[in-house]
Design a protein around this ligand. Sequence first.
Ligand code: CS2
Ligand code: MG
Length: 410
Amino acid sequence: MSVIEHAEVFFTSPGRNFVTLKITTSDGVTGLGDATLNGRELSVVAYLQEHIVPLLIGRDPQAIEDTWQYLYRGAYWRRGPVTMAAIAAVDVALWDILGKVTGQPVYQLLGGASRTGALAYGHASGSDLPSLFASIQNHLDQGFKAIRVQTGVPGLGQVYGVATNQKPGERYDYEPAKRTSVPTEEQWDSRAYLRHIPTIFAAVREEFGYDLPLLHDGHHRLTPNEAAILGKSLEPYDLFWLEDCTPGENQEALRRVRAQTTTPLAIGEVFNTVFDYQTLITEQLIDYVRSAVTHTGGISALKKIIDFAAIYQIKSGFHGPTDISPVGQAAALHLDLAIHNFGIQEYMKHSEDTLSVFQTSYTFENGLLHPGNNPGLGVEYDEALAATFDYTPAYLPVNRLQRDGTMHDW
Ligand code: CS2
Ligand code: MG
């Protein structure tokens, strides 16, 4: 019987930091898993190297569910982003191996394709209307059929989610993790934001019409009442979704928002397990599950969450920013293709440096992503090239109220 013979953890920084687990079987088959936790990367490296890799050696690589339960239940300290990112990396690497051993792309092992491709949304942003319009047009020219819209707020400086380095036609990173020893500080004012955002969506609808699906991310910054106000004020502009309108910890908060607005709601990029969704799903307080394979315990665990959501007509909208590595993104695409209740997939193209380290087989055509048909996940990792990009600590920003400097959600 083939067994897991070797497991290695790599961290590299081709433009931003990524943590990758590579598992090798006694037959010489390798599998990759993404374990990147933006801004806290080395905690997952240590968890894997010190506490998981030694447990994997000698195990059956095809016992994917048993290994998941062994790591989850065996830890005793369940849940949490570090634990679940580490378990996710193992789970995804084992699906990759199973695909290679059986000669099948992972989506075939998950039940086969339910669609020809996954509708993707891109990130348009601008500090003012002309730059926002140029960014939307740029995304339409690239083939996007759904677009997230973020803007600056008059009177505030840099707002998270709005690109600073964007020129039409140029690839950009809207949230460059700052390569500094402490996080940069941004400013916030919810009243100014709540007044401004509806005017932006009115202008975008006027310019680009009503057919184009538009999304918006509130990034956990509002109270339930403020979120209800925002949802109501955006109703005339027919959003695909309003994401993370309130902080994710309090599931009950969305009862109030839901009762007040028909704007569709999405949440979950910071969630780790199905328990973070229990109230949201059973009470039908959301429309879309935003989790990433990488932060929710892998393909096995996210498949269970999304199947649970399906019973309540809740769809997927998996997290796919550039801090999910191409391995994590490929895993999401295999799941997107296979599940019935697919909604949309976030897609920000990685930098050329990142894509030279992680060689992918997924495609983006006519607004749809497809994971490709290579056995396994379809991603190769160039270890020698990765070793030339040194890990550099980088932090997400923090946010303070403009009025008096109080720390706020960002
Ligand atoms: C964002 C993310 O993609 C999104 O919706 O909220 O960029 C998020 O801020 C980062 O992934 C955090 O690491
Ligand atoms: Mg988000």
